[in-house]
Design a protein around this ligand. Structure first.
Ligand SMILES: *Cc1c(COP(=O)(O)O)cnc(C)c1O
Length: 502
């Protein structure tokens, strides 16, 4: 299978090349030339397999130039029992007759990013070997909090790689910051950017696009790549858990084979929900994909009207991993739903970069509406959902997942659709414990306590065990203190790679 750029101005590449390059040189994203189909019979056969073996089946469909043995190795390294603290890897919990939760945060950093970032380094190092790459691969990451730590954990001490993470100095939670600045590993660097997430992301994109600097690095045997969800290697492992969730429901008799279900996905960069779209296109029986947004609700507007308009105030919320105005992976959806129309995708993306807005044509918008539905929740609704879910079911969700549950309730009320629905739970409640504690324990229990103290308070009140990755964070030594002005990120990379005596 070959991959092509959404913008159609670069040659087709092998899966290994697509993963190694991360982003296409014409500015587009790599997409599979065809989408493999999984028949109903094949789906049934997968039911009895472990999560790991299901992953091998799905990944093999897309990574045609990897051997089954190679994929098996990658999968086993990534989803090992020592890495994920639940034997099912991504367990499904039942909250109501038709409401289920898919817990995607049992990995080392307690957010769903681990599902992909635990395996990406292994896929990438094998891709480098396959394509004859001899340079050290340098992963540059801009993070609003969760991706950075997950990428650091995934890439630490992986031979042939270096990783540099940029985070907005004041844009991440205390827990997220401590997770990153205490990161161990010989090949890792963490830099605080004096700016917001968009500044960090723009800075990283500029470095990728700086041909002169890339040549300079090449001479020193470095080649840049991305671990953000623009990399196909991030998306494909995410398709697996939509299959596994469906098969788990079927195996437990909650649904019959072939019965359609809905997925609700708390969405930021549109990566997670896009993986669900690919699963649906592959033939997984899925009715609606419900895109849940917070008040940075550009996507809700887009799905309803066909107009993407990012020209608005960026708002900080209690679900920060969804505070995003430019959802990169939407480009892949537009490509597929426009009938693989490169020229149209180029035009829309040009509109986005020039004016901050574009409108898709009627047929494309109609196709979006057949698959997707969207609404949003503000911070008060998010807190109320955490609290009411805890009171009703004794189940604790984080702020992002709460946005998903809230939007599911709006969907059910608006449409009357009683289809069995799975909400993707994207982070452990302990990771966003300040808001969760406020919702469950009340304002008084939160006042005057820092996030580390609140871990204990939340655990004591709910009986949930603090995940090992978050415990004792304040006792670990701080290993990273570098900072950079937002327009000095390239200099920071140069210092780390070319001038440092490590
Ligand atoms: C990254 C993230 C999201 C958003 O996922 P996308 O793939 O960017 O849409 C939602 N919730 C949490 C906790 C995240 O870390």
């Amino acid at each position: 299978m070959l991959y092509e750029s959404t913008r159609g101005q670069f040659r087709r590449v092998s899966p290994a090349e697509a993963i190694k390059m991360g982003i296409a040189p014409d500015g587009g994203l790599f997409v599979p030339g065809e989408i493999p189909l999984v028949t109903g019979e094949r789906l049934k056969e997968m039911t009895a397999l472990s999560y790991q073996d299901k992953a091998v089946c799905i990944l093999k469909e897309f990574l045609s130039d990897y051997t089954r043995e190679e994929i098996k190795q990658c999968v086993e390294l990534a989803y090992a029992p020592g890495k994920f603290d639940d034997p099912e890897v991504a367990p499904v919990r039942k909250l109501g007759d038709s409401l289920f939760i898919l817990e995607l945060w049992h990995g080392p950093t307690c957010a769903f990013k681990d599902m992909a970032l635990q395996i990406l380094p292994h896929l990438l190092t094998r891709a480098a070997a396959k394509t004859g790459e001899e340079s050290t691969i340098v992963i540059l990451v801009a993070t609003s909090g969760d991706t950075g730590k997950a990428a650091l954990e995934g890439f630490k001490d992986v031979p042939g790689t270096r990783i540099i993470v940029f985070y907005p100095e004041r844009g991440v939670s205390e827990v997220q910051k401590l997770q990153m600045v205490t990161q161990e590993g010989e090949n890792v660097d963490v830099v605080a950017v004096r700016g917001n997430f968009d500044d960090a992301q723009t800075g990283v994109k500029k470095i990728f696009g700086d041909a002169q600097f890339n040549r300079e690095l090449e001479i020193e045997n470095y080649t840049l790549s991305s671990a953000n969800s623009i990399n196909w290697g991030r998306l494909v492992p995410q398709i697996v858990y939509y299959f596994s969730a469906y098969l788990d429901l079927a195996a437990r008799g909650e649904i019959s084979f072939g019965e359609k279900i809905n997925f609700v996905v708390p969405t930021g960069n549109f990566g997670n929900i896009l993986a669900a779209f690919y699963a649906r296109e592959m033939g997984l029986p899925v009715n609606r994909l419900i895109c849940a947004a917070n008040i940075n609700n550009v996507l809700t507007g887009f799905i309803r009207t066909g107009i993407y308009d990012r020209v608005r105030q960026f708002k900080k919320t209690i679900s920060p991993s969804m505070d995003i105005l430019i959802s990169s992976n939407l480009e892949r959806l537009l490509y597929h739903l426009s009938g693989r129309d490169h020229a149209m995708v180029r035009e829309w993306m040009e509109g986005l970069s020039k004016t901050g807005a574009y409108r898709v044509d009627k047929p494309t918008h109609a196709r979006i509406g057949e698959v997707f539905w969207s609404d949003f929740a503000d911070d008060d609704e998010t807190l109320e959902t955490i609290s009411s879910l805890y009171r009703r079911c004794g189940y604790v969700v984080d702020t992002h997942t709460a946005v998903g549950v809230n939007v599911y309730e709006k969907y059910a009320a608006a449409t009357g659709d009683g289809t069995k629905t799975v909400v993707a739970s994207t982070a452990s409640p302990f990771k966003f414990n300040e808001s969760v504690a406020r919702a469950i324990l009340g304002e008084g229990a939160v006042r005057g306590k820092d996030e580390i103290e609140l871990l204990e308070a939340l655990s004591a009140a709910t009986g949930m065990v603090i995940p090992p990755g978050l415990k004792d964070l304040d006792k670990k030594p701080v290993l990273h203190r570098k900072t950079a002005a937002k327009d000095r990120m390239k200099a920071a990379v140069r210092n780390i790679l070319l001038n440092s005596a490590r």
